[in-house]
Design a protein around this ligand. Structure first.
Ligand SMILES: Nc1ncnc2c1ncn2[C@@H]1O[C@H](COP(=O)(O)OP(=O)(O)OP(=O)(O)O)[C@@H](O)[C@H]1O
Length: 540
């Protein structure tokens, strides 16, 4: 990391332009001392540490001054995973000005989003030791659970009762360390550590709230207790107001929470207060155990909508999205389609991991299809239960269905647990899981891509208006400033030249800011060179 010297641009135009950047870290790529084989995650973490030491808590993006194509791909990937945006700065004066601007405008806000939650779990198993008088025995609770979740995604864990949903959630949330845990669970390629604890939010099934406190009081106390001591009381109260708005709790903010003996807010509002308690600290990963149990379908939809919004990256892309994992019993069709990814458990085993939208086609490709119109969630939970009524079964398993005669009716029997396990272990199901995993870094969640495109459109509009204003002021040219981050794939000619990037604002807008934004996902720039062919035109 390093800055560069040079004469500093001044005046209202530049101030105005820099105000949109709010960039705080500079990385002089050509001069930086990072060893070639240095672990990219280490680089990202070092940057976070350096910032923490400086007392900086603002939004983070790295302005790479120099040839951005020289950054090793794994490093870029790691930075992306941590939610740090990587911007290209076209000229040394712009960089210097940005540094000076940002030094004057340091913002002290929460930086817990610095390391985002890219979670990967492989072959996870969990056993408990049952202590008996004669001898201790081991009981398998989970086995062979593999999957992943990335920032911005909503991952649902579904399955019948006692299939292991809560146990898996506790393991992923770092809440279960006792007993015997197998396999690996990593967050940004690192195992669980104490430092990660502060970045994980966990909403349990029966969170305890003080019945006599109002919604606002509940959240204010949580904010005072959990937000950093360095944060002023006023900022903490502002954060509470933001959370109340984010969760749509304005109407009931002065109502007491209530409990078994005192009437208070509704069940849905209570759940949202529990979620609020956790998102106050802006966690990178949010885990929720049955957040919709006991709620009607409309309220359930509202809660899941809130979760989707929590997961999404900020519109200004300065914050990457959060990773949200929730267990859910049997969601409605509308709800099911809101999940990005799905884990289906049956008796502690993995039946499915992948995109929720692909689950039905996957099972039909292996021979399981509903015979009547069915809610996909109902079909999947039935299957995980071994209940094959109204379901076609692969030919290999047909003969294993034990038919039952009862009076006039012959009902199809259940598949035994062994049969289902045998099928699970078949190449068809295994292949699917590994297929999804290998695609994990490539597949972008369609919902997030859409959001990024919307953001790009908004920015394009904003940039157009701004550019037009600036043209009036500077008569024809403007300092190319990046309210939209620019990545030029190292093609900028003479990025070290002591010149400002001058472009016609109209030309810039027309050339397609949207195109540039396509590579900008989850708060970071992708390094696909084909997406970054546009180079800023540098004129002395
Ligand atoms: N510490 C433990 N000791 C013994 N058995 C356990 C322990 N923890 C979990 N189990 C068992 O593991 C199984 C899975 O439990 P878990 O609570 O994860 O299921 P679940 O899918 O969340 O169920 P539900 O939907 O009913 O809440 C259950 O049979 C439970 O009894």
């Amino acid at each position: 990391m390093g800055g560069s010297s040079g004469s500093v641009p001044t005046g209202p135009v530049v101030e105005d332009e820099y105000a949109t950047v709010r960039t705080s870290v500079w990385w002089d790529i050509e001069n930086c001392q990072v060893r070639k084989a240095c672990d990219p995650h280490l680089i990202a973490q070092n940057i976070s540490l350096a910032l923490a030491e400086m007392g900086y808590r603002g939004p983070v993006s790295i302005s790479a001054f120099g040839d951005t194509s020289k950054i090793a791909q794994p490093t870029v990937q790691a930075l992306n995973n941590t939610g740090i945006a990587l911007n290209h700065v076209p000229a040394v004066k712009v960089l210097t000005g940005m540094i000076q601007y940002s030094c004057r405008n340091l913002e002290k806000i929460d930086n817990s989003h610095l390391l985002a939650g890219d979670m990967l779990f492989t072959d996870v198993g969990y056993k408990v030791l049952l202590k008996r008088i004669a001898s201790n025995t081991e009981k398998d609770i989970l086995q062979g659970i593999t999957g992943s979740a990335r920032p911005g995604e909503l991952l649902a864990v579904m399955g019948p009762s006692a299939s292991g949903k809560t146990t898996l959630l506790s393991l992923l949330g770092g809440r279960t360390t006792a007993n015997i845990v197998q396999g690996s669970i990593t967050y940004n390629d690192e195992p669980y550590s104490k430092s990660l604890k502060g970045r994980i939010g966990f909403v349990t099934q029966d969170d305890v709230l003080f019945a006599h406190l109002t919604v606002r009081e509940t959240l204010t106390y949580a904010a005072l207790l959990r937000l950093p001591r360095t944060m002023s009381r006023q900022k903490k109260e502002e954060r509470v107001v933001n959370v109340i708005t984010e969760l749509g709790l304005q109407r009931c903010q002065d109502t007491i929470v209530g409990g078994s003996f005192i009437r208070g807010v509704s069940g849905g509002e209570r759940k949202r207060v529990c979620i609020g308690n956790e998102i106050l600290v802006n966690p990178s990963l949010l885990f929720l155990d049955e957040p919709t149990s006991g709620l009607d379908s409309t309220t359930t939809l509202r809660v899941v909508q809130v979760l989707t919004e929590i997961a999404e990256p900020a519109m200004d892309m300065l914050q990457s999205g959060k990773t949200v994992v929730t267990t859910i019993h049997q969601p409605s069709i509308r709800l099911f389609h809101r999940f990005d990814k799905l884990i289906l458990l049956g008796k502690g085993s993995l039946f499915y991991f992948g995109r929720a939208s692909k689950a039905m086609s996957y099972f039909s490709s292996t021979g399981f299809s509903p015979l009547i119109a069915m809610n996909p969630a109902e079909f999947l939970v039935d299957l995980a239960n071994g209940n094959t009524n109204d379901v076609t079964v692969p030919t290999g398993l047909e003969d294993k269905l034990q038919s039952k005669e009862s009076g006039r009716h012959t009902t199809r029997g259940k598949l035994s647990a062994e049969d289902v396990h045998e099928w699970r272990a078949s190449p068809a199901s295994k292949n699917f899981i590994s297929y999804e995993l290998s695609l994990r870094d490539l597949v972008e969640t369609p919902r997030i891509v859409k959001k990024v495109e919307e953001a790009a459109e908004m920015r394009q509009e904003g940039a157009k208006n701004k550019a037009e204003k600036a043209t009036d002021r500077s008569k024809g040219g403007l300092f190319l400033k990046t309210s939209v981050p620019v990545l030029d794939g190292g093609k900028t000619k003479s990025s070290r030249s002591n010149s400002f990037a001058k472009v016609s604002p109209k030309l810039e807008a027309e050339k397609g800011l949207q195109e540039k934004m396509r590579g900008y996902c989850c708060g970071f720039l992708a390094t696909n060179k084909s997406k970054s062919k546009e180079t800023s035109k540098e004129v002395d």
